[in-house]
Design a protein around this ligand. Structure first.
Ligand SMILES: [Zn+2]
Ligand SMILES: [Zn+2]
Length: 280
């Protein structure tokens, strides 16, 4: 029998068999074949909408953000006080958890509402629709396409930080140091979220150190993220580490927020997502 990664039968039946792409899984292929993958008509249409303009915007953001990360990292090292290590460790943990929460909110919002119409839709909602009907396409995206949007999100906060490090006195920097450390680590984890997400879909050829981080659940594990990829994609939205998924599921966080939105606006979640899923 195929390696089922310890996933439940319902998850295996209802998500793309990413770990067995030669279609040697134990279920009837007639039943699962047309529902996901690059041959899906909707996936082809969405993939074709990745434009040269979008590519340029992503490239500029990635280059600028990497420069700012290096500059701010250097400044944080230069102003580091060793007696601060416990607070810095706390800021790191808080940064990871906050990034995981943000990843959940953004992912949930883009999955559940909006459409691929207009500039915002084409640029920022399209990849989420494409990802559900072809979860393996992310593994074929290069570094720029994978990380462009997240690097764009952290660009302004990192620019603001660099401005402060450049213009503030040492005393003022010291006063704000812990806050800046939190923001820096938050920005790092936000910017790496889609890279962790890509690795959670990569079943072949990952280096041992990455699978070890996944197995230790320091970054998003593959088995954990497959739970999200079961239609109608209504749970486990956090994709940085996934630490918050179980507690948020336990309190019914997303269901409650969706009920509130529907009550006040009349918008039902994931209507557009379902429309793409049916486009065979
Ligand atoms: Zn999703
Ligand atoms: Zn995914």
């Amino acid at each position: 029998m195929a390696n089922n990664l310890g996933l439940s039968e319902s998850v295996l039946r209802n998500s793309m068999p990413e770990h067995e792409l030669n279609s040697n899984n134990e279920f009837n292929q007639e039943e699962v074949k047309p529902r996901w993958g690059p041959q899906h008509a909707g996936a082809k249409e969405l993939a074709s909408q990745y434009t040269a303009g979008k590519r340029l915007q992503e490239t500029v953001c990635v280059v600028l953000t990497i420069g700012l990360i290096l500059y701010n990292c250097l400044q944080l090292i230069l102003h580091f006080h060793v007696e601060n290590w416990l607070v810095i460790f706390g800021a790191a943990l808080l940064g990871i958890v906050t990034a995981d929460f943000f990843s959940g909110v953004v992912h949930w919002g883009a999955d559940s509402y909006g459409s691929v119409e207009g500039i915002i839709g084409k640029s920022f909602i399209r990849p989420f629709r494409e990802h559900h009907i072809d979860p393996t396409s992310i593994t074929r995206h290069d570094f720029i396409e994978t990380n462009g949007d997240n690097f764009a999100v952290v660009l302004i906060p990192l620019l603001n930080m660099a401005y402060k490090f450049t213009t503030y006195s040492d005393e003022d920097i010291h006063k704000e140091y812990n806050w800046q450390m939190f923001i820096f680590l938050l920005a790092i984890f936000v910017s790496l979220t889609n890279q962790f997400h890509k690795w959670s879909h990569t079943y072949f050829g990952l280096p041992k150190w990455i699978t070890t981080l996944q197995d230790l659940h320091i970054i998003l594990p593959r088995k954990h993220h497959r739970i999200h990829h079961v239609a109608p994609h209504d749970t486990y939205f956090c994709i940085t580490t996934g630490w918050l998924n179980l507690p948020m599921e336990k309190v019914g966080f997303w269901t409650k927020v969706e009920a509130l939105i529907e009550y006040f606006t009349g918008h039902k979640p994931r209507v557009d997502d379902m429309k793409w899923a049916k486009k065979l």
